[in-house]
Write a new protein. Structure first.
Length: 133
């Protein structure tokens, strides 16, 4: 729960745009670099960091945006689906977002085609999703 002010100048120098959206009557601000990353924050506190397909890093050295469901299955058998995203190994601090239209067409991992693509990965707190799984 770091404060965004620590990173604001660096994010702006990288070319990130500052945006604001309203979700469930709450203002969420974020810095976004198209195709690469987003840093979301509320009241100055970082609540999530999202890596998109052009981001070159890997989470835990093996998970990355742009990988297929088949590749993901090769490293984990424990996948569940919630709110159009995948949860790996019951870790609700990391959400793997599916590319459209797979995020809306399917309700269970078993229904997804193996070529479905992970569009982005968000590190944040999604513990409330445990009730959906």
């Amino acid at each position: 729960s770091a404060n965004i002010e620590v990173y604001r100048d660096e994010l702006l120098m990288m070319g990130c745009e500052h945006k604001e959206n309203i979700f469930s009557n709450q203002s969420i601000e974020y810095f976004h670099l198209q195709g690469v990353l987003s840093v979301a924050f509320r009241d100055g506190v970082i609540i999530g960091i999202t890596a998109e397909t052009e981001y070159q890093g890997k989470y835990a050295g093996q998970i990355y945006a742009g990988m297929t469901l088949q590749q993901l299955k090769e490293i984990s058998l424990d996948l569940v689906m919630a709110n159009g995203a995948l949860i790996l190994n019951q870790n609700f601090g990391r959400v793997l977002w599916l590319a459209s239209p797979n995020d809306e067409l399917y309700d269970a991992v078993s229904e997804l085609p193996d070529h479905a693509v992970i569009d982005s990965i968000t590190v944040g707190n999604y513990d409330e999703w445990k009730f959906f799984c």
